[in-house]
Design a protein around this ligand. Structure first.
Ligand code: COA
Length: 119
């Protein structure tokens, strides 16, 4: 939703092949989200995601939020992100959580984690 290439950074090989991307999304409620993190299969577990995250953290104001699958919580904790409850979420994330609750109910998947990194 609301994708804008200007908000993305990409990782590429020395010969210009795309290997990963991530973005900072600015929501209408003023919150900023680390989003769209993805690395090509063949280049995973080599620190590409870490490099993308560190680059975005160096240019992002705080607090910074993200939404992720439960199993990635430990990965993001390494950067200082902490899981937050609904009472601490900006309106955008509370809305998203409500929408996703329907998906979670219908598919019996686990709900996502919402995490925050303070400055
Ligand atoms: C998650 C993802 C971006 C990680 O990219 P990466 O370049 O391999 O990450 P790094 O090399 O910097 O770090 C690797 C670490 O990420 C963590 N990690 C990656 N995928 C994971 C998963 N599915 N479950 C739990 N931990 C995971 C592990 O701690 C891993 O360490 P290891 O390589 O020693 O096992 C990549 O697997 C991906 O693109 N997945 C599909 C898209 C996605 O899930 N994006 C995240 C949206 S919140």
């Amino acid at each position: 939703m609301d994708l804008n290439w200007r908000h993305f950074i990409i990782a590429e090989t020395s010969d210009g092949i795309f290997i990963g991307c991530a973005q900072l999304k600015h929501h209408k409620d003023g919150s900023i989200e680390l989003a769209s993190l993805a690395v090509e299969d063949a280049f995973r577990s080599q620190g590409v995601a870490r490099a993308l995250i560190e680059q975005l953290l160096s240019q992002s104001p705080h607090p910074l939020y993200l939404m992720c699958r439960q199993e990635l919580g430990i990965f993001y904790e390494r950067f200082g992100f902490k899981v937050i409850g609904a009472e601490s979420m900006p309106p955008y994330f509370r809305r998203m959580l409500k929408v996703l609750k329907i998906f979670v109910f219908l598919t019996r998947h686990e709900g996502p984690l919402i995490m925050r990194l303070d400055g």
